[in-house]
Design a binder for this molecule. Structure first.
Ligand SMILES: [Mg+2]
Length: 248
């Protein structure tokens, strides 16, 4: 049985929501998806626009991404906003205070095996991350099954989790997901006692949608409808900018 994608409306205007916290995914939500992780085009002024928006809503704004914090900063600069990087493995507040940073990566032999797999499969890009490694296969979509089978096998042999995104499979220590980043921040000022709204496009954002929902807020899916924990939907990054009232 295939589940019918729900018909989701646009969220109510941001200005109509009171005491809201915004949790924003990065790739596919604030910047268009690119063939490789380093090929994204970040609109000029995005960092500043997010900082301004954060100030407008009492600093209750956070980026929540699968990218490492240092990777986000390489693309966005260092706006004074809260961030959850590495699927919640690194969480810090707008003033730079780190709330959590997982010290764990994967054993060198595991990283070597993942790299060797990428080297042996054309179109598969290896990316080492602070807490593990990712295999990107946007240039080799027909290898998806093979890559996921490899990742699952690695996770079975070692105490790891596979985090699946759009055209990417990531191997990292168990226990991290975007919902955990939302929960970590929601216990901290100025987020505490607000209504979380999580906006994202990917499968990995479903944990963020669920976390927002369980804390009285809601999720906003970006892109085509699909079975989701989000209650609302926006069509693309342009629609996200418009909803956030970002002048980009
Ligand atoms: Mg995304």
């Amino acid at each position: 049985m295939t589940e019918e994608p729900p018909e989701l409306r646009s969220p109510p205007p941001l200005s109509s929501l009171s005491v809201v916290s915004l949790f924003l995914d990065f790739d596919g939500t604030l910047v268009a998806i690119a063939p490789g992780p380093d090929q994204i085009e970040v609109p000029q002024g995005l960092g500043l626009a997010l900082e301004t928006l954060g100030a407008r809503i009492g600093q209750r704004l956070a980026l929540v991404s699968g990218r490492a914090l240092r990777d986000i900063e390489r693309h966005l600069g260092t706006p004074a906003i809260a961030m959850g990087g590495s699927h919640g493995g690194e969480v810090r507040l707008a003033d730079g205070k780190m709330l959590s940073r997982a010290a764990r990566s994967l054993p060198g032999t595991v990283l070597q095996a993942i790299r060797a797999f990428a080297d042996a499969h054309e179109g598969v890009i290896y990316e080492e991350k602070p807490m593990g490694a990712a295999l990107h296969y946007r240039a080799a979509p027909d290898r998806a099954e093979e890559i996921l089978a490899f990742a699952d096998e690695m996770a079975r042999q070692h105490p790891l989790q596979v985090t699946r995104g759009k055209m990417v499979a990531e191997l990292m220590p168990s226990g991290f997901h975007k919902g955990a980043a939302v929960e970590t921040l929601m216990y901290e000022a100025p987020f505490v006692e607000s209504y979380p709204v999580f906006i994202g496009d990917d499968i990995t954002d479903e944990d963020g949608f669920s976390a927002a929902r369980s804390m009285g807020g809601f999720g906003v899916l970006v892109g085509q409808s699909r079975p989701t924990a989000a209650q609302y939907r926006l069509e693309d990054t342009r629609a996200v900018y418009d909803w956030l009232e970002l002048n980009l």
